[in-house]
Write a protein that binds this ligand. Sequence first.
Ligand code: F6P
Length: 340
Amino acid sequence: MSKEIRVSMPDDYIDNPIKRIGVLTSGGDAPGMNAAVRAVTRTSIFYGREVVGIFHGYKGLIEKNFKPLASGDVSNIIQLGGTILKTARSQEFHTREGREKAYQNLQEAGIDALVVIGGDGTFTGARIFAQEFGVPIVGIPGTIDNDLFGTDFTVGYDTALNTIIEAVDKIRDTATAHERLFFIEVMGRDAGFLALNGGIASGAEAVLIPETDTDLMTLENFIKSGYRKSKNSSIVLVAEGEKAGGAFNIAKQVENDYPQYDVRVTVLGHIQRGGSPTASDRILASRLGVAAVETLLDDQQSVMVGIENDEIALVPFNKAIKYDKELNPKLLDSIRILSS
Ligand code: F6P
């Protein structure tokens, strides 16, 4: 017997009082944010709602930088990195006066609810704003760091990972040619997801992440044993939040202790934030964009829409912010095993 699949209909949420939805991107941009903006806009229109783009994140909310979005305004953006809505980190939104101004602007523009796309900071602001003024808000996790509790992946993470492995593959060529040891620093703020999975995917010899203590002696012995065997290049991926002082400091120390190594450092930097989103990020952003609007129209608020085991999951803002997403320690084992 074939399974009946329920198809969403334009009049599904006809009685819900939310008629105009604002959408903004905030914090560090991430590839796939545009795909999410497109999905939020098109889904709102599908259900007969109006959409307003809020430019420059919470700063734009305070400065009333609003523009109505029609379906055509989000054409041809699914493949673009960055965010057409621009983004910012607003100090003023941290103040009660700033948030009051923002609320007044929403009232004046007749915006009944918000979809905010961003990371930790974005959801912290949203939680306070919702609590103070009762604005229904749903969040979409958009950050390359993949550090939000309650979702297996964040929008932008997969693209950043692919950027990392492309860069490391290239560095590997020159590292091998010169038989050098490279320390490559990657982003991730306080989280090691990019470094760890970037390390596995690029065949790094070792990975240093904030979640574990960096033991330089073990690292040095490990690298030495790699060199003694068949390796004629070594790559160590260093997460920017790692606690031993960053790639340059670690490299200096290793160079001091082992002058026979030819050591170089590369900091990948903001290249990791740009570029056309991968298929995975486009699909994730599109699914979460649809889910965010449906969640609002389902009368849910102050939640992030995430993805868990390929299903949409709703996570209250305070949980997404408060809890740390844990790294799978087995992945660290995998690095050690695979580089032996
Ligand atoms: O949160 C995304 C992120 O790229 C982090 O990985 C990094 O620590 C930070 O933003 C950099 O911020 P900015 O672009 O403001 O320097």
